[in-house]
Design a protein around this ligand. Structure first.
Ligand code: AMP
Ligand code: GLY
Length: 445
């Protein structure tokens, strides 16, 4: 089949790469692509939210399946419009995308579905929100209802901080329209976990667990980013947790969405807080995470295009997938200054030394230990024949190995080989799992 992928980051590069390995795929287009993607997919210069132009392109090239990476085109209704035009597309409709685009919607669906989540109330009126805060004890979390570039969540350990967050969002317009409504919820403690499921409206298939590292610096310090690294699976929770999340979260959510007449198709990204036996959903996203996707795509073993087409057609019940039990880790290399201001156009060197071209002793070590290394492009561009930086997150260096520690070592060995001025990466990706493994002496994990 011919596939069109929408997006241009590390997530989309990993999806394109996995589709390129799919037997059923013979041609890939990507709108808009990047220098890594463009080596295996034909770039299409149409913005991800220019839906009419994308429809015309998909029709003119007889594209069999479109796969959407980021949330913006989903929220803008790309799935609704492609479907109306008779084109197959993987992702949720605009209404179903509200699981990500409106926190109050997501919480209401969780409540209807009986999905475990923090106690909450939604408010359109600042005085009512203040009265609620004054009636509660303990830490609280104040969240802008809409998409706020990951900045709309304020954890408040004092009542005064919660009152300030309400005024900022609802009265001072700090998050624009996204903050006119707020959700106020109970503060949860524990360890965060992400889980991904492919959904076809009725059925879901588990794609596994991952853990993201949002802060820019080691030890989870500094401002939050889009994600500085991830690994999958997350061994400290065991595989049993996947069945629990499917039974307690994913299936009830699909049933509730169906009952509302807005069936959910696409990837359901569940953000959870785990505390001993207690699991609570923090949020839903309606797309793959970035860089979680890069780690998951390393582990995905099978025909991704057939699987996503089955999901788009409501046929997942007959599909089966295989995920490698090996560990994958993704380390993001970012531009100096990110997530604040950063320069673009800085030359990237030595990328060709990774993958097939690593020095022979490293190549032998990776081969002997069954280590696979892959570098995905996130924010890169070609200028006058040179590869340069073109975004905050520049590259995602990904490795997979039978043991997590070996995958982590290989990813760092590869990252050290790639140079660009001001490059930054966290040195402690997977630290929670590695600490747990060394504490328990379970070197087999
Ligand atoms: P969200 O955008 O809802 O995923 O929230 C962003 C981050 O805020 C999460 O990844 C958590 O680290 C934190 N957070 C959100 N809600 C809660 C909560 N109820 N309790 C504790 N931390 C939370
Ligand atoms: N890495 C987190 C996200 O993609 O939302």
């Amino acid at each position: 089949m011919k596939v069109l992928v929408i997006g241009k980051g590390g997530r989309e590069h990993s999806i394109v790469w996995r589709l390129h390995e799919s037997e059923s795929v013979w041609k890939i287009f990507c709108a808009t692509g990047n220098p890594g993607i463009n080596q295996i997919a034909e770039p299409v210069a149409i913005a991800p939210t220019d839906i009419p132009a994308l429809i015309e392109f998909a029709r003119s090239k007889s594209v069999d399946l479109t796969v959407v990476g980021p949330e913006d085109p989903l929220a803008a209704g790309i799935v609704d419009e492609f479907t109306r035009a008779g084109l197959k597309i993987f992702g949720p409709t605009a209404q179903a995308s509200q699981l990500e685009t409106s926190k109050s919607f997501a919480k209401t669906v969780m409540r209807e579905a009986g999905v475990p989540t923090a106690e909450f109330e939604s408010f359109d009126d600042a005085d009512a929100a203040r009265r609620y805060v004054q009636s509660r004890k303990g830490s609280m979390v104040v969240k802008a209802d809409g998409l706020a570039l990951g900045k709309g969540v304020v954890v408040c350990h004092e009542q005064s901080a919660a009152l300030g967050a309400i005024a900022d969002a609802m009265e001072r317009g700090r998050f624009g329209i996204a903050g006119k409504r707020v959700v106020i919820e109970e503060f949860l403690t524990g360890e965060e976990l992400s889980f991904f499921a492919l959904c076809d409206g009725e059925n879901a298939i588990a794609l596994g667990t991952a853990q993201d590292h949002k802060a820019i610096f080691d030890g989870d310090r500094g401002p939050n980013t889009g994600g500085m690294g991830a690994y999958s699976p997350v061994p400290q929770f065991g595989v049993e947790i996947e069945a629990r999340i499917m039974a307690e979260v994913v299936r009830p959510t699909l049933a509730a969405m169906n009952a509302r007449g807005t069936p959910y198709r696409g990837v359901l990204f569940v953000g959870l807080m785990i505390d001993g036996e207690k699991i609570n959903v923090i949020e839903f996203n309606v797309r793959f995470g970035d860089p979680e996707c890069e780690a998951l795509m390393m582990r995905f073993d099978g025909d991704l295009a057939e699987t996503l087409l089955a999901a788009a057609e409501g046929n997942l019940a007959k599909a089966s997938i295989r995920l490698s039990p090996r560990s994958a880790v993704a380390v993001v290399m970012s531009s100096g200054g990110y997530p604040g201001e950063y320069a673009k156009g800085i030359e990237i060197t030595d990328l060709e030394r990774i993958e097939g071209n690593a020095p022979s002793e490293i190549k032998t070590k990776w081969a002997l230990n069954k280590i696979r290394v892959k570098v995905f492009h996130a924010g890169t561009a070609m200028r006058e024949g040179r590869l340069v930086t073109d975004g905050g997150r520049v590259l995602t260096v990904t490795a997979m190995a039978p043991k997590l520690a070996a995958a982590v070592d290989a990813a760092y060995q590869a990252a050290e080989m790639i140079e660009f001025k001001g490059r930054h990466f966290r040195r402690d990706i997977a630290h929670r799992a590695l600490a747990r493994i060394s504490a328990s002496g379970r070197a087999s994990v």
